[in-house]
Ligand binder design. Structure first.
Ligand SMILES: [Zn+2]
Length: 315
């Protein structure tokens, strides 16, 4: 990855011990050539895109969100990221895999990696699977295959044996970032400052997910409603809440943090998909990292709102 280093693992939008091991492989420049992500389609797609963005980023901390590569990923036109998506649950055809192979051959053997994503390994036709095996058997050193499946029990053993499998919903997800000290005090008011931020955050996402007429007013609202708090703490609580919505949708109830707001969770999780949540979590985490001074904070939060809005426009 050259001078690019990875953002800390605690920034990854999904965390569990297996993904931590994958993180360490990437960090140590031992990224597997073929990776199979198993989980709900929306989750595996969003995570694979985040992972590809991390591999291709040319900024200082991957994914930085600001380098030309990250911009190309966000615009869906990165020349070194090839995708064969399985929309509407249709199975990927052999011809689509051949197209990827043809494009892989055109790439030089440069130092920059080429990443390709092929969805629906559990729905591949035998012909398509055989085409793919050819590529998996002769990996080019700088090529990384990201494969996805909802049910690994239906993936051909020949493909399973050539890819490292990572489950994206294991029920044991660990978000290894405790609340900041400024939100947690050792006295009896322990939860007051957390709750003080959480309530406006829940209201804010309620508007965000349900109000189609989304405007920059939301950035101002979030800043105003939480103005007595550090904006980084506010964004941290927002991430905790968004992760709870994701856990709720994935029925990982044992991982919920804000259990007393389970009714709000139920209502809000209906209007947002797992993939959208992952994307939004990733955007908010990135914003939290670069939010900086108070003057910059407002601009960064506005930028965050614009990007979140795009997440909901695409789908
Ligand atoms: Zn970047």
């Amino acid at each position: 990855m050259g001078v690019t280093t990875l953002r800390p693992f605690t920034d990854w939008p999904i965390q569990n011990p297996a993904l931590q091991a994958l993180y360490e492989e990437v960090r140590d420049e031992r990224t597997p050539h073929a990776i199979l992500f198993v989980g709900p389609a929306a989750v595996t797609r969003a995570f694979a895109e985040f992972f590809a963005k991390s591999l291709l980023c040319t900024g200082t901390e991957a994914p930085c969100g600001t380098c030309p590569s990250c911009h190309q990923m966000e615009a869906n036109n990165h020349p070194d990221f090839l995708q064969v998506l399985s929309d509407d649950g249709a199975s990927v055809k052999a011809a689509q895999i051949e197209q990827v192979q043809a494009r892989l051959k055109l790439r030089g053997h440069g130092q920059r990696p080429v990443v390709y994503l092929i969805e629906g390994m559990d729905k591949l036709t035998a012909v398509a699977a055989n085409r793919l095996l050819k590529t998996l058997e002769e990996p080019v050193s700088s090529t990384i295959a990201l494969l996805t499946a909802e049910n690994d029990g239906r993936v051909l053993p020949t493909i399973l044996s050539r890819a490292f499998l990572y489950r994206l919903t294991s029920g044991d997800s660990v978000w290894d970032d405790p609340l900041p000290d400024s939100l947690l005090h050792s006295d009896s008011e322990q939860n007051l400052s957390f709750a003080g931020v959480l309530k406006p955050v829940i209201q804010w996402t309620q508007h965000l997910f349900r109000d189609g007429d989304f405007t920059l007013r939301f950035a101002a609202d979030l800043m105003k409603q939480t103005e007595s708090y550090n904006i980084e703490d506010v964004l941290h609580v927002l991430i905790v809440w968004l992760r709870d919505l994701l856990h709720y949708r994935l029925e990982e109830h044992e991982s919920l943090v804000c259990r007393e707001f389970i009714q709000d969770m139920r209502v809000q999780s209906e209007s947002v998909s797992e993939g959208q949540l992952l994307e939004v979590i990733s955007i908010v985490m990135e914003t939290k990292r670069r939010v900086g001074s108070h003057v910059a904070a407002r601009l960064n939060v506005e930028q965050m709102c614009i990007r979140i809005r795009e997440v909901f426009r695409i789908v």
